[in-house]
Design a protein around this ligand. Structure first.
Ligand SMILES: [Zn+2]
Length: 286
């Protein structure tokens, strides 16, 4: 109900029906305001409730509140795990794909696998054991990830992330914000952390965030970015031939360096000649 309506409803000379209408309007406005006040209080209350629940979420993040979720979803949503793609469940459940990984994860291998596939009966373990299983599960996920990302399905999933530049962009100015791909410098776990490969300048960079910089490079492997462009050659950018040329006041550095070298040579020759002259004079005197 706006003020405009109430003003239009006011008659010039007061008659009974108009007065009744006016009263009705005033009552409705009054009720509206009271409702607004109530709503206002409610809004404040719900906002506080929201903040409180946010706070509670913060307090309990990474523990009980995540139990209802699938482990892989929880893992992928955890801050710092943005580089990983979701490994298909069928891939994990096919034991053939995991051949040899039990050697890499010696303790709690079966439990870690159960945790990843949400089949672990967590009540059977105390907190310390659960922590160790969790750590083993993260490591195992990384190792399976390295195998999965070079499969057709894995390459397609990682290509989607590359198209969205989820691994960041090349910091080199002449690469014009080229999206990067994660790459390992070793396929042996716990050797080197993950690096980012730029297909335009063909160089590698350290991830910006320390969370990403501490990820094991073996969870992506040394071949992954190159396999991706083998499978999807049309996503390979044109190679960068642009090079930055260092200049001082507009002159290329090597030109200046050449000039300096010429000056040095000239000075040396002058000194040599001067010395020879001195020696000549000395012998002449004798
Ligand atoms: Zn680059």
């Amino acid at each position: 109900m706006s003020d405009g309506i109430s003003k239009r409803a006011l008659p010039d000379d007061i008659d009974l029906p108009a007065t009744i209408v006016l009263y009705v309007i005033l009552i409705i406005l009054g009720v509206d305001r009271a409702e607004e006040r109530q709503r206002g209080q409610y809004d404040v209350a719900t906002e506080e409730e929201g903040l409180l629940s946010d706070y509670m979420d913060d307090m309990s993040s990474g523990s009980d509140s995540d139990y209802a979720k699938y482990w892989i979803d929880w893992f992928l949503e955890t801050k710092g795990n943005e580089y990983y793609c979701e490994i298909d469940e069928e891939y994990i459940l096919d034991r053939f794909n995991l051949t040899g990984l039990n050697v890499e994860v010696q303790q709690y291998y079966a439990e870690a696998l159960d945790m990843i596939t949400d089949n672990l009966e967590e009540e059977r373990f105390d907190e310390k054991a659960r922590d160790q299983i969790e750590r083993a599960a993260r490591h195992l996920y990384g190792l399976i990830h390295a195998r999965f990302v070079i499969t057709t399905r894995g390459l397609a999933k990682m290509l989607d992330k590359y198209k969205k530049a989820e691994f960041g962009r090349c910091p080199r100015v002449l690469c014009n914000l080229q999206p990067l791909l994660p790459v390992g410098l070793s396929d042996v776990p716990v050797t080197k952390t993950v690096k980012l490969y730029c297909p335009r300048c063909e160089d590698i960079y350290n991830p910006k965030s320390s969370r990403h910089a501490s990820i094991d490079g073996a969870y992506f492997g040394t071949s992954f970015p190159h396999m991706l462009f083998q499978a999807h050659p049309n996503y390979m950018p044109t190679k960068s031939t642009d090079r930055y040329e260092p200049r001082i006041f507009g002159f290329k550095i090597h030109q200046i360096a050449e000039q300096h070298r010429w000056q040095d040579r000239a000075r040396e020759e002058y000194l040599k000649k001067a010395n020879e002259k001195k020696e000549q004079n000395a012998t002449d005197l004798v």
